[in-house]
Write a protein that binds this ligand. Structure first.
Ligand code: SAM
Length: 281
């Protein structure tokens, strides 16, 4: 067998057709096959730039079978580009599976980077962007969605979600019930004509979108828990056991008494002397 082909994950615009790199256009022209999540959407882009190519579809419901076909083509030496509906393939779309499959088959994978709705929303949110977690889409099932949100309650980093407009109000209500009235930024229709950034609280967002049904695509950016509040919660949890139990807990983990005292002082926000006095009594 000759040389294997290369798999290119090519980022495309998230709304504005001008948001495409020169390299992306060149790669799309040069590859043997373009596999698109939404062929109609990609065709619009290719027509806009005068690129004539036959497209094949690669999406959630044919990814297993089509993935194997594309791997076969790559093994035979063809170069393949994966393009998602919008933005960076691999972020909340089946591009991720194609990368795994290529790695398993020893095929070189590279990316032509470009827009990602999550990053644009995060940057424009004005919330801390130095540390964040990306949660993608929450589960559709209400119980599972609430469970997932509950796991994020003590997250201090900014949290980024994707959400479809028809599910937005349910998600906002669940976020409010589980996280309290945090700040939220709703980044809507990014790079498009009706781009809008709404910065408010969860309560205000629920009020707004109950009155006017949401339209378009959304990135939700929610503030993380206040670090001081996390510390306070942890302290309260430790205060539910006695100092002696707290000491035994660390000693059982193999700490010396001195190390354990230091750790307890940190956990409870009190001095070592105070702990010592208390234990003696
Ligand atoms: N791979 C894409 C990326 O890099 O952003 C995301 C794919 S995911 C299937 C689609 C979701 O991304 C939408 O439901 C929405 O939450 C978000 N999204 C995509 N384009 C957007 C836009 N122009 N404005 C706001 N959100 C967008």
């Amino acid at each position: 067998m000759g040389e294997k082909g290369i798999l290119y994950l090519v980022a495309t615009p998230i709304g504005n057709l001008e948001d495409i790199t020169l390299r992306a256009l060149r790669i799309l022209k040069e590859v043997d096959i373009i596999a698109a999540e939404d062929t109609r959407q990609t065709l619009k882009l290719l027509n806009h730039y005068g690129i004539k190519k036959t497209l094949t579809s690669y999406y959630e419901h044919n990814k297993a079978e089509k993935g194997n076909y594309l791997i076969q083509q790559l093994l035979e030496g063809k170069n393949v580009a994966i393009v998602s509906d919008a933005g960076s393939p691999g972020i909340s779309d089946p591009g991720e599976d194609m990368v795994k499959l290529a790695i398993q088959n020893g095929i070189e994978v590279t990316m032509v980077p470009g827009p990602t709705a999550a990053i644009m929303g995060l940057v424009l949110s004005g919330l801390p962007a130095g540390r964040f977690v990306f949660e993608g889409f929450l589960p559709v099932n209400k119980r599972m969605r609430k469970e997932r949100i509950r796991l994020l309650k003590n997250e201090v980093r900014t949290i980024v979600f994707y959400e479809a407009p028809h599910k937005l109000i349910y998600t906002l209500k669940d976020l409010y019930e589980e996280l309290g009235n945090r700040k939220i930024v709703l980044a809507r229709e990014l790079t498009k004509k009706f781009e809008e950034i709404v910065r408010c609280t969860l309560e205000e967002a629920i009020e707004k979108y109950s009155a006017e049904p949401p339209k378009g695509e959304f990135v939700l950016i929610v503030e993380g828990m206040d670090e001081k509040e996390v510390q306070e919660d942890k302290r309260q949890a430790w205060n539910e056991i006695s100092l002696r139990e707290h000491l035994e807990f660390y000693i059982k983990q193999g700490m010396s008494k001195k190390e354990a005292m230091k750790k307890i002082a940190e956990d409870r926000g009190i001095s070592k002397r105070e702990i010592y006095k208390n234990l003696i009594n």
